[in-house]
Write a protein that binds this ligand. Structure first.
Ligand SMILES: Cc1cc2nc3c(=O)[nH]c(=O)nc-3n(C[C@H](O)[C@H](O)[C@H](O)COP(=O)(O)O)c2cc1C
Length: 418
């Protein structure tokens, strides 16, 4: 498959508008501006595009809800928070191909009749802020943003809002609170942001990669796009691969490529050719898999069949030298630190889980600790405003389910199997 999202990013100056135009950039926008908003939404529905931010919600359906709401103004927010450990798939678009995202956002703004857009950028991406602001300025200069885009009477303004480094602000309602100038904490849903979002108005929050697919959908049409990758959730997908592989990096492949192909063909296999021990397929909050499960297709439909999730498509690979109790403890340190504290089960539970894992890891595990971990995790899952607590609970439950012996060994022998 030819690259689309990451096309030309290795070239010097790829972020400049001239370089983007050389690759045919902004031709899809011209086509989209001659289409009615409803026609674009229809193409998105036909394309089968599902949100790349983690949940895989059908984009066309979300847009339909928002466009049916009669309230104005509507806001379009690009979620560029990218705070999930292991995830760095949006970063190359933000830093090396920003006009693809900008074009996608202008098309989306037109489709949704949203006249204002924001890119909510991860606090730890200062370089991306410079690149994005420069690209936005270029787009304004060429009449691609503003009150009368390319003389077609369509208005769309865009700016960057940088976060302050909180993972929770990637959750869409916490993100909206943060944009409004408040401490970012998730809101109860319903109402959903598509009806009651930023400043109480209909707001569409989509991931960087989701919005960057719009130029492709408009240029080749929804039907043709639906033929890329798995027909049940089609399109190109960026997988970020890290940890014990020979070639960690970002790989744009058809959605539904197997985990085996990603690890062994694209990422070059396991470093030092060691045996594979475990894989987290979609970022730290997705359940861990064992080596016998890597023939699974990496998409929103097939990963749930083996008890995991695609999440952000961030593949974390562990070889036999890695202690999985330690990985689990390290993950819980992250969740405890990043829990916003609004919901008691998450605020207290993440700390409890981290505490128990820490004593197991340090050789002070007690008989009954595994059951205690499971008990605490079960009393968190599904009981919070947002899925951060579910993610933390799922990590612990899946590590225990898949690597029970390793936890037992740590507790009984006070040492690590790895
Ligand atoms: C704790 C937490 C962090 C999240 N972080 C991100 C993020 O960094 N980027 C993102 O696009 N979605 C993130 N999400 C998912 C968003 O809430 C939302 O579902 C997504 O932005 C919708 O975009 P999509 O439909 O294009 O996937 C996060 C969710 C949670 C619960």
């Amino acid at each position: 498959m030819d690259k689309f999202l990451l096309r030309g990013i290795e070239e010097e100056g790829s972020a400049a508008i001239a370089s983007y135009r050389e690759k045919g950039g902004y031709a899809a926008l011209e086509k989209a501006l001659s289409m009615k908003p409803e026609e674009i939404i229809e193409e998105v529905k036909r394309s089968g595009l599902r949100g790349r931010g983690g949940a895989g919600f059908p984009t066309g359906m979300k847009w339909d809800f928002a466009s049916r709401d009669p309230k104005f103004p509507k806001y379009l927010i690009c979620n560029a928070d990218e705070g999930e450990p292991g995830t760095f798939k949006d970063r190359p678009i933000l830093e090396k191909n920003p006009h693809l995202l900008i074009e996608g956002m202008i098309i989306s703004g037109h489709a949704l009749k949203a006249e204002y857009g924001y890119i909510y950028l991860r606090g730890e991406y200062p370089g991306a802020k410079v690149v994005l602001e420069q690209a936005i300025e270029e787009a304004y200069k060429e009449g691609l943003l503003g009150d009368d885009i390319l003389g077609k009477g369509i208005k769309f303004h865009l700016s960057v809002h940088q976060g302050a480094g909180a993972y929770i602000c990637g959750e869409e309602t916490a993100l909206i609170d943060s944009i409004e100038g408040r401490r970012g904490q998730p809101r109860i849903k319903p109402p959903f942001p598509v009806n009651v979002g930023a400043w109480g108005m209909p707001t569409i929050v989509n991931n960087v990669e989701t919005l960057s697919n719009l130029p492709l959908i408009v240029s080749i049409g929804g039907e043709k796009y639906a033929g890329i990758g798995n027909p049940e959730c089609p399109g190109p997908k960026i997988y970020s691969v890290s940890c014990c592989v020979k070639k960690p990096g970002v790989y744009e492949l058809p959605m539904g490529t197997t985990l085996r192909e990603i690890i062994y063909t694209h990422a070059g296999g396991i470093r030092d050719d060691r045996p594979l021990k475990a894989v987290i397929p979609g970022g730290i909050s997705t359940p861990v898999l064992t080596p016998d499960q890597i023939d699974c297709k990496m998409d929103f439909v097939n990963l749930p069949k083996v008890g995991s999730m695609l999440g952000s498509g961030a593949v974390m690979v562990f070889d036999d030298t890695v202690c999985l109790v330690r990985v689990c403890w390290r993950a819980l340190r992250f969740f405890e630190h990043e829990s916003c504290g609004k919901c008691v089960p998450c605020r207290e539970g993440t700390g409890w889980l981290r505490n128990i894992l820490e004593r197991i890891e340090n050789g002070f595990g007690r008989k009954g600790d595994i059951e205690l971990l499971q008990d605490v995790a079960h009393s968190m899952a599904g009981k919070t405003f947002c899925p951060l607590g579910d993610g933390a609970a799922n990590v612990v439950l899946s590590f225990i389910r898949q690597f029970h012996d390793e936890f037992e060994h740590h507790i009984e022998k006070k040492e690590c199997m790895a």
